[in-house]
Design a protein around this ligand. Structure first.
Ligand code: 5AD
Ligand code: SF4
Length: 449
């Protein structure tokens, strides 16, 4: 029996892809391990979005090279594969920089992993595949199975046609592609049968979903309506572009109880000049109007966002516009990053790169504001009753950890028997990164005797 170690970097799409790679390799006789030193095959599923993310991969490869040498001395060969967006973006350069790497495979070519492994076993040397094959990725990967948790991911859309000037995604993940409705519904059914009670629909531009349906194209809202018919299933989706936030999707937040009141809607910046330079295709006021319409449909919705500070040409005044926008919206959670020049993207060649010291100061100020907003959002939950979906046991005996509708982790005592079920929880305390609550009513061990 061969051992397989997969390390995942970056977004949830990579988490999903790593699970698909395991689904592909386990039937060929590999068992997952958490210990790279014990692994006959190591896969790093990588992220190229910022320089730091890509550099982490090379540090890990340096460590793995030593592991590979140690294992080789004990007569145990190791195959090292680099998958994901660094593989797609850097291709052969990876092998030039770290010759211990045997396989480089881009996100569209995972189905070829078994052949690539066989190829290097037979011929030695390296194997590389960063093509965008004509056969859709999802048609050639095996069905999802095994290891499905209470909360599962399902990729419905991949790639991006927006070409924000800072972003590598259109180059590493290719053009927008939506999976056909039937494939998505079938996969959702399988996840449900294996115990998933919450499905997060994934896509780099998920709200641009246009899947081939039984009678014409389906939007994300139509897909969500269909999935909401499955009993006791919660739905979420991520990540959305403001320009693709259709009326039907906003209405879905009003009308569909299964759709959780949480929306990740990145705006990146608050200055119209910077939004234009980023090629975002909307102004700050458009975003604020959109937020108003979403809140009119679902007043309690928790909003989350992504921000970039120090984009080329960003002045102090531009940054103040970002702060103003954040103050106007009030986020429940958010991610913020220093602009990182990515080779080959238009912004990397723009004038006016911002010095690191200014980027640091802006990031610190923005993060402090976003942290205060998150704390205020959490504090306002105190004393409220939430329906919590329990996902896993907690650290303490008979404790369980679940998620509120707003995606906050909630720790609850005497709830060990509730994994996979939803119960009403009164929020009693706000901890730094989670909430603590108590069951509103005792919930029997067996729901339907
Ligand atoms: N530099 C910094 N942050 C970036 N992001 C994407 N590209 C870059 C970059 N070059 C951020 C955006 C995006 C998130 C996933 O990563 O905020 O929404
Ligand atoms: Fe990148 Fe912009 Fe596409 Fe998002 S919408 S993946 S930031 S190009």
């Amino acid at each position: 029996m061969q051992k397989l170690y997969i390390k995942t970097y970056g977004c949830q799409m990579n988490v999903y892809d790593s699970a698909r790679m395991a689904d592909l390799l386990v039937p060929l006789g590999m068992t997952p391990t958490d210990d790279p030193a014990d692994a006959d095959m190591v896969i790093l599923n990588t992220c190229h979005i910022r320089e730091k993310a890509a550099e982490k991969v090379y540090s890990e490869l340096g460590r793995l090279k030593i592991v590979k040498q140690t294992r080789a001395r004990a007569g145990k060969p190791t195959v090292i594969a680099v998958a994901g967006c660094v593989a797609q973006a850097e291709g052969e350069e990876i092998i030039a920089r770290q010759p211990a790497v045997d396989i480089v495979v881009g996100p569209q070519s995972y189905a070829r992993l078994p052949q690539m492994i066989a190829e290097i076993a037979r011929k030695g040397g390296h194997a590389l595949d960063t093509d965008f094959p004509a056969v859709a990725k999802f048609d050639s990967l095996p069905e999802a199975h095994g290891g499905v948790g209470v909360s599962a991911f399902l990729t419905v859309q991949e790639g991006c046609d927006k070409f924000c000037t800072y972003c590598v995604v259109p180059y590493t993940r290719g053009a927008e592609y939506s999976r056909p409705v039937k494939d998505v519904l079938d996969e959702a059914m399988r996840l449900y049968d294996e115990g998933a009670r919450e499905i997060t629909l994934l896509g780099q531009n998920v709200n641009a979903y246009r899947g081939e349906g039984p009678s014409g194209e389906w939007s994300l809202a139509t897909l969500i309506c269909a999935l909401a018919k499955m009993k006791d299933l919660r739905l979420r989706y991520v990540t959305s572009h403001p320009r693709d936030m259709g009326d039907d999707l906003i209405e879905a937040h009003r009308d569909i109880a299964a759709l959780m009141p949480y929306l990740h809607l990145p705006v990146q910046a608050g200055s119209d000049k910077i939004l234009a330079a980023m090629n975002r295709g909307h102004k700050a006021a458009d975003y604020l109007r959109l937020v108003e319409r979403i809140r009119a449909a679902r007043s309690d919705i928790a909003l989350s966002g992504d921000f970039i500070v120090g984009f080329p040409g960003e002045s102090d005044e531009d940054f103040r516009a970002t702060v103003k926008l954040v103050e106007a919206v009030g986020y429940a959670s958010a991610y913020s990053f220093k602009y990182s020049a990515r080779p080959g993207t238009p912004a990397a060649a723009m004038a006016g790169h911002v010095p690191d010291a200014a980027k640091n100061a802006r990031l610190q100020e923005l993060q402090a504001l976003l942290t205060r907003q998150q704390a205020a959002f959490n504090q306002a939950c105190l004393g409220k009753t939430f329906s919590v979906l329990f996902e896993r046991p907690g650290r303490k005996k008979n404790q369980a950890v679940g998620r509120s509708p707003y995606l906050q982790p909630v720790h609850v005592e005497n709830a060990g028997h509730l994994i996979g079920r939803v119960a009403d929880v009164v929020i009693e305390a706000v901890l730094p990164n989670s909430l603590k609550g108590a069951l509103r009513q005792e919930v029997p061990i067996c729901p339907n005797p």
